[in-house]
Write a protein of this length. Structure first.
Length: 203
């Protein structure tokens, strides 16, 4: 049978190793960023931490999809997109809550933690770049990490503005922008996953 749903690809040990490393790094930084965001009352850091947590989830799904059928990989990418979409909406809800209830973000925490996250994400992005053409699920992982790099830079800039202006608004703004950007990335992943599933069905 040549149907896409029945065709499997061999598991690549090097791809698996990269995803395992990426999962560990993102899970660790999600924990660090979440704690730091809670302590520093930073919406931007919390959004960034949740973004990295979703990445770790995506890498886990990617690992589960390795060596499976192309249809399974497309479904895994679709599931990753749904997780990312839910995250983006959750970030916007949290921003709205803090805008109403109030917050006093600390710019120093935002800059220092996001710098570490940026270093981690750039390293992971470089590891994933050669793999992004290997399958829709790997492409989704690469998109996730690219979004993280953009988010890290945004939190660093907003943290500097929070410290300089002594205002919480840059933090709320970057939290909103990260949420919207995450939703956009989720949409891109969902579109690619749908295309892959459609091509699979037509084989």
């Amino acid at each position: 049978m040549n149907e896409c749903g029945c065709r499997h690809e061999a598991s690549n040990p090097s791809e698996r190793k990269v995803l395992v490393i990426a999962l560990g790094l993102n899970a660790g930084m999600a924990l660090v960023g979440g704690v730091a965001g809670w302590i520093s009352q930073s919406t931007g850091l919390l959004a960034d931490a949740l973004d990295m947590l979703s990445d770790a989830t995506a890498y886990g799904i990617g690992l589960a999809a390795m060596g499976r059928s192309l249809r399974y990989k497309a479904n895994a990418a679709y599931a990753s997109g749904l997780v990312l979409l839910l995250l983006g909406v959750s970030v916007l809800v949290e921003v709205a809550r803090r805008a109403v209830s109030g917050s006093e973000p600390e710019g120093g925490w935002m800059v220092s933690v996001s710098l570490v996250s940026l270093i981690v994400n750039v390293a992971v992005l470089r590891m994933l770049t050669p793999l992004r053409s290997g399958g829709v699920n790997l492409r989704a992982s690469w998109i996730f990490t690219r979004a993280d790099v953009v988010a890290n830079v945004g939190v660093i800039l907003s943290g500097a503005l929070v410290a300089l202006l002594e205002s919480r608004y840059p933090d709320l703004i970057i939290g909103t922008l990260i949420g919207l950007y995450v939703i956009r990335e989720a949409y891109e992943i969902l579109v690619e996953a749908r295309k892959a599933k459609a091509e699979c069905s037509s084989d």
